[in-house]
Design a protein around this ligand. Structure first.
Ligand code: 5GP
Ligand code: MG
Ligand code: MG
Length: 197
């Protein structure tokens, strides 16, 4: 178990499993792209560890760059996406593959589509290590998904909780005890709203 700030997290995806999932994604994308030399675009900060491992496993020549967006506050996604570092290179007629750590509400992905709308790329493909289908509220196609996961907050392998946890080599899931569930999800005990499923 891992404690970050005030919350506890339990093991969820091991280093070995992550390794296998990232390898599968790299092989699948390489197979589909044939002789095309793609530009992989990592979305910082969360994707830094994925991108590093992914491009080492990618079996063919490729280019790598990053853009930096931020949407999360604490353990909640917000709709207000900030562009912190934009594109710095011409991607006209290139095959661009977005590498995301996780797709949750899809708000960040919507911003990515907005950013690439006027770039005249040959094709824009979306690859994400984690995907929360229950939280996804957009229609953009996800071309490559590593793992579908339940709608619970995770940390590690690039993903943080208020700055902590990005450095963990494996992924951990928020542990919701009876006590924490009452406080975090349903307000103070006795508020009369909601019971645990
Ligand atoms: P979305 O915009 O799809 O709601 O969320 C995308 C971004 O929010 C991700 O790239 C990631 O940075 C952050 N995020 C979404 N779900 C989680 C989660 O379970 N844990 C952490 N640490 N960050 C998340
Ligand atoms: Mg991200
Ligand atoms: Mg974050």
């Amino acid at each position: 178990m891992v404690k970050l700030h005030d919350l506890y997290f339990k093991p969820f995806v091991s280093e070995q499993e992550l390794d296998a999932v990232v390898q599968r994604m790299a092989d699948a994308i390489a197979k589909d792209l044939g002789d095309e030399v793609p530009v992989f675009v990592g979305i910082l900060n969360g994707s830094f560890m994925l991108v590093s491992d992914f491009v080492k496993k990618y079996p063919k020549p490729c280019e790598v760059t990053f853009i930096k967006l931020a949407s999360y506050e604490g353990v909640k996604s917000t709709e207000d996406i900030q562009r912190l570092i934009g594109l710095t290179q011409d991607l006209t007629d290139r095959t661009v593959v977005i590498l995301e750590d996780i797709i949750d509400s899809g708000n960040t992905l919507e911003e990515v589509h907005r950013i690439f709308k006027n770039e005249n790329v040959k094709q824009l493909l979306i690859a994400t290590l984690f995907y929360k289908p229950e939280a996804y509220a957009k229609d953009f196609k996800l071309h490559y998904v590593g793992l579908e996961i339940p709608n619970k907050f995770i940390v590690g392998y690039g993903l943080d909780y208020d700055g902590l946890g990005r450095d963990l080599p494996a992924v951990y899931q928020l542990k919701t005890t009876q006590h924490m569930t009452n406080i975090v999800l349903f307000g103070p005990p006795g508020a009369g709203k909601g019971t645990q499923a």
